[in-house]
Design a protein around this ligand. Structure first.
Ligand code: GLP
Length: 261
């Protein structure tokens, strides 16, 4: 595998630029498998914060390949997904539950009891309690070792849309119209896209010990530049990642094209 071009813009975060998303995804999968294997050696569990969307698909494929080659086991891994539409049936093809089963959980040995995804089936009077339980479970397991992220074209992370505060935790939110339009394809048309979602908050994400954000393709170049080079602002929630001391951005050449590095 070609080594990525590495830029440490400041000491607090790293930008890795790959020839293509295949090599970036394989690289991230190697890092995550090493972490899991290291923790397994010490009899420690691993807590992964996972993401959906098109960006992590090849990363999950690479993890599945490592599992099938017997290079890693997920028996002692816990996973917490960033978000889920609300309301939605878990078994509906557009749900993030379905996405995660299809791309990862159906193919590896992670115990189903170790899998946490915000529950789009909760009745509205149980949503707050459900979000609190989700947060409590992360804390009870010692926090997220890693949070995997994609980025929305408007700078959202999870479903923390522009305007989200840095103090937010897991909660019910309104989905931005740009984001709903971007999801229109998956739902057949815009009208079918839910207006709300459950998402980990910015604070939840920032509490992870390390964060990896993947962005591929020219469609992400402008927002990547804003998130990395401009000042921190609630208008670009991904810019909050600058408050964290262990963030790695994995980009292909097209997504990195507008960076001044
Ligand atoms: C959705 C998800 C985000 C994801 C984003 C980007 O809105 N809620 O977590 O990062 O889409 O998606 P993609 O990777 O398909 O560009």
């Amino acid at each position: 595998m070609n080594e990525p071009i590495k830029h440490s813009i400041r000491e607090r975060f790293t930008v890795l630029i790959f020839d293509n998303k295949q090599s970036g995804s394989a690289y991230l999968s190697t890092i995550i498998c090493e972490l899991i294997n290291q923790n397994n050696q010490w009899d420690k569990h691993t807590c992964l914060g996972l993401a959906t969307g098109s960006s992590p698909i090849l990363f999950y494929a690479a993890l599945v390949k490592e599992y099938k080659s017997q290079n890693v086991s997920f028996e002692n891994v816990y996973s917490f997904n960033l978000d889920e539409y609300y309301p939605i049936q878990n078994n509906s093809p557009e749900s993030y539950h379905h996405f995660m089963n299809e791309h990862l959980f159906d193919h590896v040995d992670m115990p189903s009891d170790n899998i946490y995804i915000p529950d789009g089936e909760l009745p509205s009077d149980k949503v707050e309690e459900g979000c609190q339980k989700f947060e409590n479970r992360i804390k009870a397991l010692g926090g997220l070792d890693v949070q995997i992220l994609g980025i929305g074209r408007n700078g959202h992370i999870g479903f923390n849309e522009p305007g989200s505060s840095i103090e937010t935790t897991t909660r019910l939110v309104e989905i931005h119209e740009t984001t709903r339009r971007d999801a229109g394809g998956a739902f057949g048309n815009l009208e079918n896209v839910p207006h709300q979602a459950l998402t980990m908050g910015v604070q939840t994400i920032l509490s992870a010990k390390s964060i990896f954000l993947m962005a591929w393709g020219s469609g992400k170049a402008e927002i990547i530049k804003k998130a990395i080079e401009d000042n921190i602002t609630p208008e670009v929630p991904a810019s909050y990642l600058k408050n964290h001391n262990n963030v790695t951005y994995l980009l292909d050449q097209a997504a990195a094209a507008e960076l001044n590095i």
